[in-house]
Design a protein around this ligand. Structure first.
Ligand SMILES: Cc1ncc(COP(=O)(O)O)c(C=O)c1O
Length: 443
């Protein structure tokens, strides 16, 4: 058979340039709602029509009583942590593998993030690793539904109940995913979603906080509005009761997200079809480990993750090196691959240097601090994931099977020519990384 030369060593690319379309899909309906906002002149506040409408629509969609829409997922997480009644030095347990905001929201409230390793099957926090992390300072658990797959919520809720802790879902990557028939957002005491432009539900920027609990709702609302308690139907008193922030979302973002929400299920179905196709085909290639979705939940594929196993592929190379070689070769073929997080969360300088608010606060706070050493090797599953995973971008609408087929062809080409890829990758210094290339973001 005629052997195709890899693009990384001078052959032609497999994926035609420009066939991967960007996200979010923007329609005339989106344009109309934004113009309507502009023409209405009602551009800011907590009770503007699109903000209120988005909050109602999202609460209904998730199946919870209340929703607030702040300006980011990070703000929503901070509101939840604050509403949980966190005091300086209190601890919150989250996953060793996640985006920084799942942990930094705890620091924002002067609390101490504590990490538990992941379960390699789901790459979500491993419930079996949580209890050993609980101390008399622990107040909450933040499970993260990483890349769009719900965490093991029954086990997590049972631990929380036993130790009297609150559960805050970080659902920033999992809009519309389900666990035992219930939507993410309705699986703990509070939940937070991001609406940034990369997410399954986009507002450009924005966030969503949800809860069934009236008291938690009121606390979160005042945190988001300068610490003021504003009662419906009453005039604003301009009296802050406690420390607060200004987390209001823009009316434009709310309108855009609300318009996108009308098509969320349709778009999630396209992600599912694309990713299930990739899983079916890529799982047949020796050396590739595809995503496993337990029967009791659905995945909404914010990101499509694959892991590489050099030994299974027949190579005695360190997994990190092997992954970098394969990434370079795939990228040259036109597959948009690359990592976001390169290491477990606690490897980041903020945890290693512990400067905090200055003077080492919260860890060294003389009133409430506690010495915590964040040792990356204590999280072997997260370390191993960071060695061998990559993310495949472009799995979202409007992209379909045409692009996925080209991706599969590229994976097959690279894995059929690994010796050539290994030789050629030596000469390429640049490692592909996750970028916002397809997400309209500029950093
Ligand atoms: C898991 C997770 N948590 C929190 C956030 C923060 O969301 P935002 O960027 O809207 O602040 C993100 C966003 O990337 C995320 O992926």
């Amino acid at each position: 058979m005629f052997k195709k030369q890899l693009a990384i060593s001078g052959g032609s690319t497999t994926v035609p340039q420009g066939i991967a379309k960007s996200w979010p899909v923007i329609t005339e309906a989106d344009e109309e709602v934004l113009l309507k906002v502009l023409r209405s002149g009602k551009l800011w506040g907590t009770r503007t029509p699109e903000v209120v409408g988005l909050q109602e629509d999202w609460a209904n969609y998730v199946g919870v009583k209340h929703c607030l829409a702040p300006q980011s997922g990070t703000a929503a997480l901070h509101m939840a942590v604050a509403a949980a009644g966190l005091e300086p030095g209190d601890e919150v347990i989250t996953s060793a593998f996640t985006f920084i905001a799942s942990a930094s929201c705890v620091l924002h409230h002067n609390g101490i993030p504590i990490f538990a390793d992941i379960d390699p099957k789901t790459c979500n926090i491993d419930p079996k690793k949580i209890e050993e992390k609980i101390t008399d300072r622990t107040r909450a658990i933040i499970p993260v539904h990483i890349h769009g797959l719900p965490a093991d919520m029954d086990e997590i809720n049972a631990i929380a109940k036993k130790h009297n802790l609150l559960v805050i879902e970080d659902a920033c990557q999992a809009h519309g995913a389900t666990y035992k028939g219930k939507k993410t957002g309705a699986l703990g005491d509070m939940a937070c979603f991001s609406l940034n432009g990369s997410k399954n539900l986009s507002g450009g920027e924005g966030g969503l906080f949800v809860t069934d609990n009236d008291d938690l709702l009121n606390s979160a609302a005042s945190v988001a509005m300068f610490g003021e308690i504003i009662k419906s139907g009453e005039a604003r008193k301009y009296n802050a009761s406690h420390v607060g922030w200004m987390y209001r979302i823009q009316e434009f973002s709310a309108a855009f997200a609300r318009s996108q929400l009308r098509r969320l299920d349709e778009y999630n179905a396209i992600r599912k079809r694309n990713c299930e196709y990739l899983t079916e085909r890529l799982s047949k290639i020796k050396g590739i480990k595809t995503v496993e979705v337990p029967d009791d939940r659905t995945h909404v594929y914010f990101m499509y993750r694959v892991r590489f196993d050099p030994h299974e592929a027949g190579y005695d190379i360190h997994p990190r090196k092997f992954r970098e070689i394969v990434e370079k070769a795939l990228y040259a073929e036109g597959v948009l691959v690359g990592q976001s997080e390169r290491a477990p969360v606690m490897a980041q300088d903020v945890f290693q240097k512990q400067v905090g608010y200055g003077k080492g606060c919260p860890w060294k706070c003389t009133l409430a601090g506690r010495k915590v050493e964040y040792v990356v090797e204590d999280y072997p599953e997260a370390v191993s994931l960071c060695n061998d995973y990559t993310l495949v971008r472009g799995i979202h609408a409007p992209n379909g099977l045409e692009l996925m087929k080209a991706y599969v062809e590229a994976f097959e080409k690279v894995f059929n020519n690994l010796d050539e890829a290994i030789d050629a990758a030596e000469k390429v210094s640049h490692n592909p990384a996750y970028t916002c290339e397809l997400f309209g973001g500029i950093f």
